[in-house]
Write a protein that binds this ligand. Structure first.
Ligand code: FE
Length: 283
């Protein structure tokens, strides 16, 4: 029943597709940048897991550019070794988040490494930037696991990366899309309700177990897309479930994606390619 009790309804359930990116990295991709901008302000969601034999050998993402977007890397197991054109270098370890705002341009390398378990499990979300900030200064927020609030409430264990939960704020701040990004684990026979502003895009990436998302039974691994019709989401689980809850304010601007660039016009894409060729991409 649409909009009943201000609860949102589900508009789409996406089964992630296996795709190959970078130097042969096999990913589960829910969606990628597209001119339809259906998940505005979100552009892409990838889930990478290396647990032989399915994904094969660990490969990575050698030096590549980005312009006009933010990339959010969240690791649960293993790590990603990264370095970039600004001189940053480091390891994104288990539980850590890297929130990278490319602005006008960065070049970076992202190389996954196995952890003690021998596995790699992580996620990358791309968030759009508004036209006015696409050519801004690049910025990195390196968020260590210990800086992410861990909240326990009524059978829910929440790691809050960005946004507000019961007056607690996640450490990723000053993001144009006003995002909510949290990792939620529900114990068996528990229920979770969270407000999401009307009009904001909302997604749940279900990667373990199963639950009822606003009345629809959804099993891992799936991306659930909520309609923007209500002001809260409700998730119930009999057997336990773990998901990422992601929400943000849409920019409602046209987008022109081209590989690692997402701009607003074709001319801006031509400019990005010209800047790369003539060496002025990174300043
Ligand atoms: Fe990248």
């Amino acid at each position: 029943m649409k909009g009943m009790n201000n609860f949102r309804t589900i508009s789409q359930i996406i089964t992630p597709q296996l795709v190959i990116e970078g130097a042969g990295v096999l990913l589960r991709r829910s969606f990628a940048p597209h001119p339809s901008n259906k998940y505005d302000p979100f552009l892409l969601f990838d889930h990478f897991a290396f647990n032989n034999p399915l994904e094969g050998p660990v490969r990575g993402f050698p030096m590549h550019p980005h312009r006009g977007i933010e990339t959010v890397t969240y690791m649960l197991d293993g790590s990603v070794n990264h370095r970039d054109s600004l001189g940053n270098a480091g390891l994104i370890g288990p539980g850590d988040v890297q929130w990278m705002t490319s602005g006008r341009g960065i070049l970076h390398e992202e190389m996954p490494r196995r952890g003690e378990s021998g596995n790699i499990l992580g996620f990358q979300l791309w968030v759009n930037l508004p036209a006015a900030k696409k050519m801004g200064q690049p910025r990195y927020q390196e968020i260590k696991s210990s800086a992410i609030p861990l909240i326990e409430k009524n059978g829910a264990t929440i790691r809050l990366v960005a946004g507000n939960f019961d007056g607690i704020y996640g450490p990723a701040t000053e993001i144009s899309a006003s995002p909510l990004y949290m990792d939620v684990e529900l114990a068996p026979a528990s229920k979770f309700v969270h407000p999401i502003p009307k009009g904001h895009a909302a997604l749940a990436y279900i990667f373990e177990g199963m639950g009822e998302f606003c009345g629809e039974a959804i099993q891992s691994v799936s991306m659930a897309v909520f309609n923007d019709d209500g002001e809260k989401v409700e998730i119930n689980s009999e057997t336990g479930v773990r998901f990422m809850l992601i929400a943000g304010a849409p920019f409602k601007e046209p987008i022109v994606p081209y590989g690692p660039f997402v701009m607003n016009t074709q001319e801006e894409i031509r400019q990005a390619l010209a800047d790369l060729r003539n060496g002025s991409f990174v300043q």
